[in-house]
Design a binder for this molecule. Structure first.
Ligand code: WTA
Length: 656
């Protein structure tokens, strides 16, 4: 098993047609239907999106202008008034869906809950009223640091309902990482839980919040709202910390959704880039609602009979768009699972599918590769016949893993949607429409209607068929990020200036390399910047380097990704030490732990390599290309003539 390389996927020519039965009933049911939609959207993107926005969403007041594009700043449905929580909840209450399951939840210890649309609506309204009582007003930011329990989604929807942008921080991030994000977002309140279950252990979330905000480190935080989940003992700071189950007593479940401006901020979500601290990606209301709604409907082919399960965490964009907002806006049944496959129950995902009759399953290639290792007998001993559609996201999927997923999980019956997108794009951009587009293992296939994707060189010229280049988007789309929170310059620099505007046209630069084949299918090759993907989690090498050099022993650090069979990539850190320190196994362990403390377990280096010096160019730039080859135990190839001191390379090779 390996990551797809140009060589391996150039040889990949298997083609899988949408099964006839699936296509017949699909929202988009043929290649012609897709081509027609694509052509229509390309010819007049504004009317295409406006037509859908009118048909698919509830607006309190209509917009005056569909698109206002002053590159790189965009506005969609200007002047329109809308509330995404209304679209996800209230509008279903006047239909038969009122008593349909909105959210099915399965806890890791085996407890479970199902909330109908009416029940979820009630919970959200109460939660929103409690937030208001705690002084959260429209426009105030709320930090959410939660396990995968219904209250995570309830808190998000409650924020959206009153117009308080949320900033969800993945529960696996450390107190330090949480603190940085809460400071940047200037959060007024934090929603958390006493703990959450993960791999048979309790993640002490409240304890981390205490550490993050101790000593007034985040002065904007006035209150902490705590949901009881694990019942272990935690500290409750009088006046600051409140139990959700205490505050909700007697609180009204009447809380009308606030009519928000289409361009009002819905949330901030922090993500790693190639330089500096994580960026606060800003998404707004109307465009994001439409984009997640219609991509959910067409790509997952959502029907009222479906039980849809996305295994992401709500701390990532996939959880925002495709556990919460997209599915609920469609009135679908969305399933949420608290745990992760673990030694005591490696087959837990298949148990969940069997128990609830899951019909659509959306997960990450790294999970699929882990399932392959665990063995076919786990899925084979469960009844997976309810499944009708499979999806993947987060990193390139190698054709071998695709085939295994197709054969063992999909039983050669289910189409697979390999969906390429990013935190920044808000929703899925390149993907098969399962009833319309034949799939090829390892290819995300074709752009969604309205998405003008291309592969270009550094000057912005389209490259030829099967030539590698940079993945770009040529026209704004409703779900795109609006800016980097409090840093519009960084937004411009990162996404719009790498490839200079050409003939007045701005190109959105995704940071991925790609090629396009004879049929116009996209093959995404992975990041072209210093972002690495560990188990599908996006990490900036610079963040990990900063964490390392904050340790007193470390003089300099350079982090690269090394190919890993299951995780895609693993973190390898090259470290030079301050004079008085000497390399040792104990120190390596200490440094790994230090990174866990600074960022979180997802960033833990798999390997620390001590070195007397790092290979640099004459201008002082660390030559990561060389380090990547060394980390992968490959011969260092290519040009090394710019290396300042050749002996450094020899020493590193010798395993200094
Ligand atoms: C990578 C996750 C290949 C890509 C939704 C992108 C993929 C980054 C795919 C965004 C895919 C995501 N094929 N690569 N189907 N999906 N990626 O922001 O490198 O966590 O730039 O968003 O993941 O990661 P993010």
């Amino acid at each position: 098993m390996s990551q797809p390389t140009i060589e391996s996927i150039l040889q990949e020519n298997r083609l899988f047609q949408p099964p006839a039965e699936f296509a017949q009933a699909a929202h988009i049911n043929s290649w012609e239907a897709y081509e027609q939609l694509y052509a229509q959207a390309q010819a007049d993107p504004a009317s295409f999106w406006a037509g859908l926005a009118e048909r698919e969403l509830h607006w309190f007041e209509p917009w005056q202008q569909v698109l206002d594009w002053h590159p790189p700043h965009v506005k969609w449905f200007v002047g329109g008034k809308i509330n995404i929580a209304y679209n996800c909840l209230d509008r279903h209450l006047t239909t038969w869906r009122r008593n349909k399951a909105a959210l099915i939840w399965e806890g890791e210890p085996g407890d479970s809950r199902t909330l109908t649309y009416a029940q979820l609506h009630r919970e959200v309204c109460q939660f929103a009223n409690v937030l208001k009582q705690l002084g959260v007003n429209k426009g105030d930011r709320v930090g959410i640091y939660m396990p995968m329990i219904p209250e995570a989604a309830i808190a998000m929807l409650a924020c959206a309902r009153i117009g308080a942008p949320h900033s969800v921080v993945f529960g696996g991030f450390s107190a330090e990482a949480l603190r940085d994000r809460l400071i940047d977002a200037e959060a007024k309140l934090v929603v958390t839980a006493d703990g959450g279950w993960r791999k048979d252990a309790i993640v002490p979330l409240k304890e981390q919040v205490d550490r993050a905000i101790a000593n007034d480190a985040v002065p904007t935080v006035e209150n902490v709202l705590v949901v009881e989940r694990t019942k272990q003992k935690i500290h409750m700071e009088p006046g600051r910390d409140h139990w959700w189950h205490d505050l909700r007593v007697g609180v009204s479940a009447d809380c009308p959704a606030e009519p928000m401006d289409s361009e009002d901020m819905l949330f901030i979500l922090y993500t790693s880039g190639s330089t500096g601290k994580p960026k606060g990606v800003v998404h707004t209301t109307g465009g994001y609602n439409l984009y997640t709604h219609i991509t959910s409907q067409w790509i997952f082919d959502l029907k009222d009979t479906d039980v849809y399960w996305c295994t992401a965490d709500v701390g990532w964009i996939t959880g925002h768009s495709y556990i919460v907002y997209g599915p609920l806006s469609n009135g679908a049944t969305t399933l949420m699972y608290e745990g992760a496959p673990r030694a005591s129950n490696p087959g837990c995902f298949w148990d969940v599918i069997e128990k609830y009759g899951v019909t659509i399953f959306y997960t990450a290639p790294t999970a699929i590769r882990a399932f392959i290792k665990m063995g076919e007998h786990h899925p084979k001993s469960r009844n997976l016949s309810s499944l009708r559609l499979l999806g993947t996201v987060g990193e390139p999927i190698n054709p071998e893993a695709w085939m295994w997923y197709y054969r063992v999980i999909g039983q050669e019956r289910c189409p697979i949607v390999d969906t390429w997108w990013q935190t920044e794009t808000g929703g899925i951009m390149i993907t098969p429409l399962p009833g319309a587009i034949p799939t090829k293992p390892g290819s995300a296939t074709r752009p969604f209607p309205g998405i003008l994707a291309d592969v270009v060189d550094l000057e912005g010229n389209p490259v030829g068929v099967n030539e590698g280049g940079y993945l770009v988007i040529r026209h704004p789309w409703p779900g795109m990020m609006r800016t980097v929170y409090k840093d519009p310059d960084r937004f411009r620099r990162t996404y719009w200036e790498h490839i200079p505007p050409k003939d007045g046209q701005y190109l959105y630069f995704a940071g991925d390399g790609a090629r396009r084949d004879e049929q116009g299918y996209f093959w995404v090759m992975g990041r072209v910047d210093d972002v690495i993907s560990v188990a599908g989690h996006r990490l900036g090498t610079m963040e990990i380097e900063s964490a390392l050099v904050s340790h007193p022993a470390v003089a300099e650090a350079a982090v690269v990704g090394k190919p890993d069979e299951v995780k895609g990539e693993e973190v390898v850190a090259f470290v030079t030490l301050e004079g008085e320190y000497v390399p040792s196994e104990a120190l390596a362990q200490e440094l790994k732990q230090h990174v866990v403390q600074e960022i979180g377990a997802i960033a833990r280096p798999g390997e620390i390599r001590f070195s007397e010096a790092l290979p640099k160019t004459r201008s002082g730039k660390i030559m990561r290309r060389l380090l990547r080859s060394l980390a992968a135990d490959q011969e260092v190839s290519g040009d090394t003539s710019t290396l300042e001191d050749r002996s450094v390379l020899d020493k590193l090779r010798g395993g200094a």
